[in-house]
Design a binder for this molecule. Sequence first.
Ligand code: 13P
Length: 235
Amino acid sequence: MIFAANFKMHHTRASTAEYLDRLESILEAAEYPFKVMVFPPATALQPSRDWITVGAQNAYPAESGAYTGEIGLSQLAEFGIDTVLVGHSERRNILGESQEFIAEKFGYFADKGLQIIYCVGEPLEVRESGFEAVAEYLWEQFDGIDLDYERLIVAYEPVWAIGTGRAASVEEIAATHAELRRRIRRPLLYGGSVKPSNIAQIGAIADVDGVLVGSASLDPESFHAMMIAVAPPQV
Ligand code: 13P
């Protein structure tokens, strides 16, 4: 199972380093059967640790160039970063990234061989229109995306469940992941208000291969509590 922590615009360079030190010592002691990833802000990027892959929340699809405010492949390479989130709903909805641009990013980073966590998710009004509308909306978010890319991981994150404290129900997640599984052979993560109290239920869903966690990942003890809930330490 994959445990991915998306810090969004939380944590600094110093607190990210402290977090990774703490998480590394937890993982070293426990030998969990998990793949753990942490996505800090761009200013806090640093090399991956033993048992922890450090990835970028975003990058511009170019090596370097005149793209004010962005970071590209050369800035990622300096820290050996080879994992990137693409298509997060906050970038789609707040930063205005179009499907065309997201597909361009995907193509660029796939061409460079990076591991990509590709995010999709429907807004509340689409969810309220019924499952067919949800499926149609989600598949449109795969326009221009190579579903067979071997380093692809997909994260399903319903927009209405992100940061709201209200995760999708087990039934909603199961049905949506089963739909995605029809065409996607790569790992499927769920994201949206995952926390220590619901991770065991969510992690047990057949087509859930991992979770992408925001708020509840910001404290390493809370992130660890989720791992314990899925695989209690053998004492
Ligand atoms: P929350 O866990 O805070 O709902 O955020 C989910 C998310 O957007 C992870 O990418």
